[in-house]
Design a protein around this ligand. Structure first.
Ligand code: ZN
Length: 346
């Protein structure tokens, strides 16, 4: 079979022509509602001229701000995909002014595999930015966001949760940014999302993250951690659905006004928030999410998993605050994040 020709793929679709081989089957500049795909050519054993089909919905009604809404950046986090499927089904052009671009499963191969990273190239999309147009499947997806989708947006919301290995109190967050006007706009949007907790987040390692690329492009960015354990709950799905409509109202894209409910403000001032295990074994949670923590309190202990008669190793909080995140599975490995303690703010 002849090799797939290096055609100008973009011309086959209705999206822009770029160096990236991804073709959009939906238009970005027409009024109306369009369901379709970002089609990424992916030649492989079971499909010589096959594609990765990333679902996308675009809703547009005249001039106005653009919101870019994503879930499934990590494939084992579910509140975002649920809320975005709901929004894509029910949002109509008449409801809005401007444009809403919805991708419930940004890293679609990871999402269908129920995995954090892509089963195709073992890459974590959220460590691949800005991406490469001639890279692996995940790098091409990252590049399409960097060069096509993010530049269209005024506001970007990327849903996360803890996935299979972490669990969080439900929060929306922004980051500390050098540009204080941009940071203030991000904080206002996070407050409008109005999750039960509102956070200023410190990343362990922000190199290659979607967040970092979006913020570098000067956009207003909100992310979330709404639960975890590789599933969603009724309440975490509700938080996601409500938050998304709140931020669209905040930007004047969706009609209506935000009715704020109480939210607890948290801060991550430094790396003392994180507690990492230096042992492998059986983890015993000593505190539950949302509980008040005093510096020095034991938050978890690790028992030997292969013998009896050994005392457990205690892991203590290095700061006071509340337990905002914990390791989820019952077994822990050396180097795993056991717990995160956030400080109460405001
Ligand atoms: Zn995530």
């Amino acid at each position: 079979m002849p090799r797939q020709r290096a055609a100008p793929h973009g011309r086959e679709g209705v999206g822009p022509v770029t160096a990236n081989p991804i073709v959009s089957t939906v238009p970005f500049d027409r009024d109306g509602k369009f369901h379709g795909f970002l089609r990424l050519p992916y030649s492989r054993d079971d499909s010589a001229w096959g594609s990765v089909m990333v679902p996308i919905c675009v809703v547009r009604n005249g001039e106005g701000p653009t919101a870019l809404l994503t879930g499934g950046n990590h494939g084992d986090e579910y509140e975002g995909p649920i809320a975005l499927q709901d929004l894509a089904l029910y949002l109509t052009p008449e409801d809005i002014r401007g444009r809403v671009i919805i991708l419930p499963a940004m890293n679609y191969p990871a999402f269908t595999g129920a995995r954090r990273v892509s089963p195709i190239d073992q890459r974590n999309l959220n460590r691949c930015f800005p991406g490469r147009p001639d890279g692996t499947v995940t790098e091409k997806i990252a590049d399409y966001f960097t060069t096509v989708l993010v530049p269209m947006a005024d506001f970007v919301l990327d849903f996360h949760s803890g996935g299979k290995t972490l669990d969080f109190v439900p929060f929306a967050s922004s980051h500390v940014l050098e540009n204080k006007a941009q940071q203030a706009a991000c904080i206002a949007a996070v407050k409008a999302f109005n999750a039960p907790y509102t956070m200023t987040m410190l990343e362990i390692d922000n190199v290659g993250m979607y967040d970092t690329e979006v913020e570098k492009q000067g956009k207003i960015f909100v992310t979330t951690e709404l639960g975890g354990g590789g599933t969603a709950t009724a309440s975490s799905a509700r938080v996601a659905k409500r938050g998304i409509r709140n931020v669209l109202m905040h930007f004047g894209i969706l009609k209506g006004s935000v009715a704020l409910e109480p939210s607890i403000f948290l801060d991550m001032p430094d790396h003392n928030c994180f507690v990492f295990s230096e042992h492998s074994g059986l983890i015993e949670p000593v505190m539950d999410l949302g509980e008040a923590v005093t510096e020095g309190d034991v938050v978890a202990r690790v028992w030997a998993s292969d013998r009896t008669g050994l005392a457990p190793v205690d892991y203590a909080a290095k700061r006071s605050g509340i337990l905002m995140s914990r390791h989820f599975p019952g077994l822990v490995q050396s180097g795993d994040c056991v717990a995160v303690v956030a400080a109460l703010a405001e």
